[in-house]
Ligand binder design. Sequence first.
Ligand code: NOJ
Length: 760
Amino acid sequence: MKTIKKIISVCFIILFFSTCSKEQKQENKIDSYENKIDNLIAKMTLQEKVGQMNLYNGFWDATGPVPEDGNAKTKYEHLRKGWVGAMLNVRGVDKTRSLQKIAVEETRLGIPLLFGFDVIHGFKTLSPIPIAESASWDLEAIKKSARVGATEAAAAGINWTFAPMIDISRDPRWGRVMEGGGEDPYLGSKIAEARVKGFQGDNLADVNTIAACAKHFAGYGFSEAGKEYNTVDISTNTLYNTVLPPFKAAKEAGVRTFMNGFNDLNGIPASTNNFLQRDILKGEWEFDGFVVSDWASINEAIFWGQAKDKKEAAYLASTAGSDMDMEGYVYVNELVKLVNEKKVDITTINDAVRRILRVKFELGLFEDPYKYCDEEREKNEIGNKAHQEAVLDMAKKSVVLLKNEKQLLPLKKEGQKIALIGPLADDDNSPLGSWRLASDDHTAISILEGMKAYKGNTLKYEKGVDFYIGKTAFVDEVKVNTTNKEGMKQAIQAAKNADVVVMVLGEHGFQSGEGRSRTNLDLPGLQQELLEAVYKVNPNIVLVLKAGRPLTINWAKENIPTILMGWQLGTQTGNAIAQVLYGDYNPSGKLPMTFPRNVGQIPIYYNYKSTGRGSNRENNVFWSHYSDVENTPLYPFGYGLSYTKFEYKNLQLEKATYSLNETIKVSVDITNTGNYDGKEVIQLYIRDKVGSTTRPVKELKGFKLVPLKKSETKTITFQLAKAELGFYNNQGKFIIEEGDFEIFVGGDSNANLKSNFELK
Ligand code: NOJ
């Protein structure tokens, strides 16, 4: 016994010292970066410093309007003079190497470039769109998906991604909800952390890790009326409790860059917003990475009517803490003058440059500027088998089963006549979504292709109606067919002859994303008509819904027995959907965003305030409601079914009263009572009954994804500590207040297994 103890203590000492020295090494490294940065800054001319703050788009792809100043000749000239700190949309080792060579070998100081790229849901091998991934509530899988994207991007010469997008939004009209984690700050924060860690890995200096960028700081998801690039006017309460938490989580997870946005926030554009960037981000949160503007967003202070010209825009943005100007030409052209005229202090410039150089050091670019330029790695990593498997796994985890009334799913594997109908069924393009710059068009596995792998049934495919007319270039708008009904007859015939009809309907991948807001969230074009026509001849329909946002599918919910939310699932879409349809994968996804009944209900979200008249207490008209539609959503946040069934019981707390410093332990029993093995996302919500500011009716404060075999029961525990029990007051201060709380546990935000406790 004694010897064991001795061995343990020796091990402990060794471990202690080895950790110490690791930490020590890290500190020494940081110190030496800071010294090196000091030395470098001391050598730089003002124009070279401003150059580090300048980010140019490459010469091949554009992800925004191309500005007049943006010609290749000027860019090359500026590169050679050392007036460029970073490039975006340059991909492929041959291209990044050639530009890095100019920066390192032809400029006076040889400072390496950053290469930024929108790795939104993968690079070439595409994962599901982010809102779909978020529906998995599987943080490990989400992290892994970001890792895959980072690995491919890094192999193509990229060292910086403009992701994750962590804007909370309650408005499905806004096209960019496809790019985020949904409506909830708690889930959104966990996802932000997972994505940052996935991109950045354990060590930014590794060859397959890249710097992440938390965007868009802040409030963009609250664009008025869901209209893209619109004004944002929100309260301190919403800002602190809903918008900022995912950004804070990203900062705490070590994200190295932030991007501001195209919106204003309560009257000040995000890019020139001192309060957001200086007071909160760099002040209170002590963020020591750098802030990049969005595409020419600094210039947009002019269009917002806040700056009279580019010079004033440059002045406002730099003093407000925007460190780098993306494709805006205002810093490179105006900042030197502004410093010489003593309008912008040189310390502001030095601080921005220091932050940018710091990230370059951390990435290891000064040690080896070509570390991301390895043709061999590029060949082996991009699109490899392991990545295909990872995105397939992620795609299956992202599917949400919304309805399965007649148990049409899982499909029987033999002896069935299946009709596959719909404009998105034989579609190998739209599942790639609208962020797919490095991926080739038409490289997704279509659902038709995926279903063909199951050979025991007969499969008849009919498009029904055409859906998408037009080219699929990145910037294309989708034109929807509203007149051509040519294929309708054949589809109806196929349905008549089938045992089960699988219909694939919804939005095209280019109908959501940046610049793609919509006011009507019904099935676009002739798809509703097709659905109803098929239903008339064969009601045994499995509807696979494809979209980048919640849709208003009231008729389908009412009439169609089985509905599967299939989003845009990326490269492996067809295989994922087929495996779910045939029960080789039991779905466990849960909605990260509320589905409204109609657009008039928007914004609609689960953690609303009860209001003074939130229920019809006196049975009259004077309460908070609509006279033409009920208050409840079509599908609530957190909702999703499985092929099996789960039963919750025995919600327990150890005590009825806790002190403010205690951690509250909650336990619940869950049993798989159905006929399949499955997984359930167990969700815990609280309600703070009385607060010094009005409180939401429910707030998600914990979730666990738990596998359960048929008939298995597990006891699951949650812990609630200060972070979960407090909130931000209207001065932006985090507080915890005494009083009564309710706890709800269940499989969605309507969870009604309830208990309570008092904080004293
Ligand atoms: C504009 C988008 O808002 C931003 O998210 C993106 O990173 C940049 N364009 C660069 O493509």
